[in-house]
Design a protein around this ligand. Structure first.
Ligand SMILES: NC(=O)C1=CN([C@@H]2O[C@H](COP(=O)(O)OP(=O)(O)OC[C@H]3O[C@@H](n4cnc5c(N)ncnc54)[C@H](O)[C@@H]3O)[C@@H](O)[C@H]2O)C=CC1
Ligand SMILES: O=C(O)C(=O)Cc1ccc(O)cc1
Length: 293
């Protein structure tokens, strides 16, 4: 099959960037795969692993001559990187991204793009708590959702090509408005990460203060939270700072529900607890069935 793109530039060759590079290579989707990473060790490692044809520390060196540039860094670096690559982007080139927040991503990229360069933002709903080029793998994407959040004036052909890329990486592509994306992901991804960061912090503080062996004897519930709470601090700092309104809104609702639970425990309202837990168990069954379908 002919490659979809002549030259793809991946900026940020960590977990998602290197997984994308591997999938593009495995599926033969690009003539050349170039990457750039601000961390010279990551750029060198990507080259040594053979997941890219070229590795640079200067994003403009990777983006020069690319027909697709995919930003795969933490969102806080988007504006600076877009400014750096703007002078080398040719008319007709596509700039896309994989960021976990869409409205702020668009606001950081769009003002710096030259006329004639197409912006097609997106988000693969697939990942792990690990980071860096060694953590990536081509099989991260098959069977998972990819959310495309094209702008009202996004070019149709460019949007179709980005959708095709992710489909050929094995993902199911859905479209959403950036605003809707950010509200949905605040509840399904950002709030759970916030809760995990909190609970692991609370438990370890308790351990220090009360000399209890919380971590040593942790049951599986706590262990599951520690996996999520091991997620990359820079990436998640940027997610919370860039999806502030939606995260604060879902956090407000969560706090209200937690207060209701607190009251039910205090007043011995077993029926309330039972009914809630029964409902959430059904939700879990639905989630597992949806993944297996
Ligand atoms: N981790 C996950 O499970 C998922 C992450 N995402 C999104 O993907 C993006 C990347 O996340 P990961 O791959 O997990 O992180 P990562 O930490 O594994 O990789 C990020 C890479 O970007 C590089 N980088 C940082 N600043 C840079 C700059 N100014 N210029 C060039 N390179 C720079 C880092 O050195 C690192 O190699 C984030 O925007 C995140 O929101 C999306 C879906 C899932
Ligand atoms: O590791 C996990 O459980 C995740 O939730 C991975 C993940 C993290 C961030 C995203 O934007 C999408 C997926």
């Amino acid at each position: 099959m002919t490659p979809l793109f002549a030259r793809v530039a991946i900026i940020g060759i960590g977990l998602i960037g290197s997984s994308l590079a591997r999938a593009i290579r495995t599926q033969g989707l690009a003539g050349t795969i170039a990457c750039a990473d601000a961390n010279p060790d990551h750029a060198a490692r990507a080259q040594a692993l053979g997941v890219v044809d070229e590795a640079h520390t200067d994003p403009a060196a990777a983006a020069r001559g690319a027909d697709l540039v995919v930003l795969c860094m933490p969102i806080g670096a988007y504006a600076e990187v877009t400014q750096a690559i703007a002078p080398v982007l040719a008319p007709g080139a596509i700039v896309s991204d994989v960021g976990s927040v869409k409205q702020a991503a668009i606001a950081a990229i769009r003002p710096h793009l030259p006329e004639g360069v197409h912006l097609v933002p997106g988000h693969p709903i697939a990942g792990t708590e690990k980071s860096g080029p060694d953590a990536g793998f081509a099989d991260l994407f098959p069977g998972r959702w990819f959310i495309l959040t094209p702008l009202e004036d996004s070019d149709d052909t460019a949007t179709r090509k980005v959708a095709d890329l992710w489909r050929r990486c094995g993902m199911t592509v859905e479209r959403m408005s950036p605003d809707h994306h950010d509200r949905v992901l605040a509840v399904t991804s950002h709030l759970p990460h916030l809760i995990a960061y909190t609970i692991v912090g609370t438990a370890t503080n308790l351990e220090e203060q009360m000399r209890q062996e919380v971590v040593k004897y942790s049951a599986s519930g706590f262990r599951d939270f520690t996996r999520i709470a091991a997620s990359d601090p820079t990436m998640w700092r940027d997610v919370f700072l860039n999806n502030r309104e939606a995260v604060l809104d879902s956090l407000q609702r969560f706090t209200e529900d937690l207060t209701a639970l607190q009251r039910a425990i205090r007043w011995g309202e077993g029926d309330y607890l039972y009914q809630l837990f029964e409902r959430t168990r059904d939700i879990r069954r639905g989630v597992v069935e949806a993944r297996q379908a």
